[in-house]
Design a protein around this ligand. Structure first.
Ligand SMILES: [Zn+2]
Length: 348
C-alpha cells in the first residue's frame, strides 16, 4: 500500500483534526482517516492492498464538518467480545479468522448521512380521513331462529382539504452513499434519534467514509423526505387519522447541507488471495460477515479421512489374507491328520 498521506489543511482546520485522505482506485471510495491510522486495505472493497493510495481527490470533497454524530454505544472491548462469541460456532477456520488478529485489525468506522435544512413554502392538497364508529346489525341462526346482533365498527370519512404551508425544516436525514440502504441493512439498522452534536474527540482514531452521493443527486430523496414530513404535519394539524392522495407544490430556499455520522467497526481476514470484511454495528453490536471454512484445511481433513479409509481397507485386506491363510493352514493340517488316520485304519 502506498503509505503517503495527503494532509488537506483546509479539512484539518474545519474538522478540527489532522486528517489523511485515502482514495481507492479500485472502488473509487474516499475516506478520511484520523489519528494517522491508515488501514492496510481499502475498507470498502478489500480487493487489493495495492488499490489503496493517497491522492488529490480531497480537492473534490465538501469541507463542512459533521453537524451531528451517533455515538458508539458498543465500545471496542465489547465489540471484541462479541466478535469472539460470533466466531465460536465456526470450525475449520482460515488461519486469519481468529479473534486475536481480527481484534488487532478492528477499526472505528463512520458512515455518512446528509442532513438538510430548508425553508419550504407550499400549496398542498389531500384527502383527510376521520374515523368514526358506526353501528350495524349481523344476523345469525341460533336455536332454530334468526337472531340480530348489533356490532360497532370503525369507518373512515374522507374530506378534501387544500392548504398552504410555510415552514423551516432542520436536519432532515437522507442517504449520502449510493448503497446506503444496503449498508444499513447489513449493519442491522440504526436509531437515528440517539444523535449528539459533533465533537472532534468523537471521530478520533476513526475511518470516516466520504459521501459518494452528492447533494444534487440526493435532492430527490431530500424532497421526498420533506414531503412525507409535511404530509404528516398537515394531517396532524387537520386533526385527521389518515391521509391519502397527498400532493404538494413547494419552493425550497436556504438549503443547507451538513452531515451526520453513524458508527460501526470494521475488521477483516484473508483466505487465499481474497479479503473478507466483518462489520459490527457500533450502536447495537449486530455483526455482518462471512464465516468462511478454510478450503486448505477442508482438503487436509478430507485427505486425512481418505488416508484413514485406505488404511482401514488395507488393514482389513491384510487381516483377511491372514485369516484365509490361517484357515488354509488349519484345513491343511486337518486334511493331513484325517489322511493319516485313514491310512492307519486301513492298515492290514
Ligand atoms: Zn476500494
Amino acid at each position: 500500500m502506498n503509505q503517503d498521506r495527503n494532509h488537506n489543511r483546509v479539512l484539518d482546520a474545519i474538522w478540527g483534526l489532522d486528517l489523511d485522505t485515502l482514495y481507492c482506485a479500485q472502488c473509487r471510495s474516499v475516506h478520511l482517516v484520523s489519528g494517522g491510522l491508515a488501514p492496510e486495505v481499502c475498507p470498502v472493497c478489500f480487493s487489493s492492498v495495492t488499490s489503496v493510495e493517497a491522492g488529490n481527490q480531497s480537492s473534490g470533497l465538501r469541507h463542512e464538518p459533521p453537524e451531528l454524530i451517533i455515538p458508539f454505544q458498543i465500545d471496542a472491548q465489547r465489540a471484541r467480545q462479541a466478535l469472539a462469541g460470533w466466531l465460536q460456532a465456526s470450525w475449520l477456520r482460515p488461519n486469519e479468522f481468529n479473534p486475536e488478529l481480527l481484534s488487532k485489525r478492528l477499526r472505528r468506522y463512520f458512515l455518512p448521512l446528509w442532513l438538510i435544512d430548508a425553508d419550504v413554502e407550499a400549496v398542498w392538497q389531500a384527502e383527510m380521513g376521520y374515523h368514526y364508529q358506526a353501528a350495524s346489525f349481523r344476523e345469525h341462526y341460533q336455536g332454530g331462529s334468526w337472531v340480530s346482533q348489533q356490532v360497532e365498527e370503525t369507518r373512515t370519512r374522507w374530506e378534501k382539504r387544500i392548504g398552504t404551508l410555510k415552514r423551516h425544516y432542520d436536519n432532515v436525514a437522507v442517504p449520502a452513499l449510493e448503497k446506503h440502504e444496503r449498508w444499513v441493512s447489513r449493519l442491522g439498522g440504526y436509531d437515528y434519534r440517539a444523535y449528539q452534536p459533533y465533537s472532534t474527540s468523537s471521530i478520533d482514531a476513526s475511518i470516516i467514509r466520504v459521501p459518494d452521493y452528492a447533494p444534487d443527486a440526493a435532492w430527490m430523496d431530500a424532497e421526498n423526505a420533506i414531503d412525507q414530513i409535511a404530509a404528516r404535519e398537515c394531517m396532524q394539524a387537520a386533526g385527521a387519522d389518515q391521509i391519502r392522495n397527498w400532493s404538494m407544490n413547494a419552493t425550497y430556499t436556504h438549503l443547507n447541507w451538513t452531515q451526520m455520522l453513524i458508527p460501526a467497526y470494521v475488521t477483516w481476514y484473508r483466505e487465499g488471495e481474497r479479503y473478507y470484511p466483518l462489520w459490527i454495528n457500533g450502536q447495537n453490536g449486530h455483526i455482518d460477515g462471512v464465516k468462511l471454512m478454510s478450503m486448505s484445511k477442508a482438503w487436509l481433513l478430507a485427505a486425512a479421512i481418505g488416508a484413514l479409509a485406505v488404511l482401514c481397507f488395507l488393514l482389513g485386506a491384510v487381516l483377511s489374507i491372514i485369516g484365509i491363510g490361517i484357515l488354509l493352514i488349519l484345513l491343511s493340517l486337518f486334511s493331513t491328520a484325517t489322511s493319516g488316520f485313514g491310512q492307519h485304519k486301513t492298515k492290514p
